[in-house]
Design a protein. Structure first.
Length: 299
């Protein structure tokens, strides 16, 4: 992608309200049981990393879903948590903030999420959920990060040393990826002009370059290159009319599982007519499907 094209695409974003205006915003109507729990501090200047914890009523030691918000890696917050209905299925949910790309480039985001999982595992008895039944879920950029973190247990470059609980494991037992990018080396060639208008500046901020200029970093950041027989089951949910993240990105992740001989560990749900998020992805039928998947996948 030449500099002139990149500049034109980036300058066109304000005409459509910028990246944030192009992203679906879904907040939870459920109030957190515990708000603004600090799981770590990181960066320069130092940033407090916070999460909100939602606990289901009348459930002892529920399994835990860690939710990673979307926002093109550059916007969004833990308040953007659309799976509050999972509490009714007996799950606790921890929705977390992580360092956004304007202040920290990749792999800071992965380091933060892994630190949050370690903190949550260290505080299971304090807050009352199961530390051996942790799933990781996210949407869009959050889906990418959920898949990446979930597929890279004990990966030296991605584990990081953020937080005070580095002796704890950041391993998760299941992944739910809502329409997340999976291969930074192919996503631009698969994208529509609208998708390029979002993705090119987003990747520039995240990687501080375009993927073709930093192929090793782009591979490190791409879930498809990390699938092996040490990985947990993954549920992928993607709309076949997604204008921002091509559905081929999810097909590639399915293909990586199949190439590794792990067909039984990947489940692909296509939302026919689905765009980039929206109510059909989080309705009761979909939450019931996620609940069944997690109950089958968690120990």
């Amino acid at each position: 992608m030449d500099t002139d094209t990149f500049t034109k695409l980036r300058s066109a974003l304000p005409l459509v309200g910028g990246i944030a205006a192009l992203l679906p915003v879904f907040g939870s109507s459920t109030e957190p049981t515990h708000r603004d729990l600090e799981y770590a501090r990181a960066g320069e200047p130092e940033t407090a990393l916070l999460l909100d914890l939602y606990l289901p009523e009348e459930v002892t030691n529920p399994p835990l879903i860690v939710w990673v918000h979307g926002g093109a890696w550059r916007t969004g917050s833990k308040e953007r948590m659309p799976i509050g209905g999972m509490l009714e299925h007996g799950f606790a949910v921890a929705s977390l903030n992580y360092r956004l790309s304007p202040i920290a480039s990749f792999p800071a985001q992965a380091h933060d999420i892994k630190a949050a999982i370690r903190w949550l595992r260290a505080h299971d008895e304090t807050y009352g959920y199961r530390d051996d039944e942790i799933a990781l879920a996210g949407a869009s950029a959050g889906g990418h990060l959920a898949a990446l973190v979930g597929l890279t247990n004990e990966h030296a470059e991605l584990e990081g040393d953020v937080g005070d609980f580095t002796d704890e494991s950041s391993r998760v037992s299941a992944i739910v990826d809502f329409y997340g990018p999976t291969n930074f080396l192919t996503i631009l060639s698969q994208s529509t002009p609208h998708g390029l208008g979002v993705r090119i500046p987003a990747l520039q901020l995240l990687l501080r370059a375009q993927p073709e200029d930093v192929p090793d970093l782009a591979r490190l950041a791409s879930p498809v290159f990390h699938v092996d027989d040490n990985d947990p089951p993954t549920l992928i949910i993607h709309g076949d009319q997604d204008p921002q993240v091509p559905i081929n990105q999810s097909h590639e992740l399915v293909g990586a599982y199949e190439a590794a001989g792990l067909e039984d560990r990947v489940h692909f749900e296509v939302i026919h007519g689905g765009a980039h998020g929206g109510a059909p992805f989080y309705d009761e039928a979909r939450l019931e499907m996620i609940s069944r998947f997690l109950k089958d996948s968690l120990p």
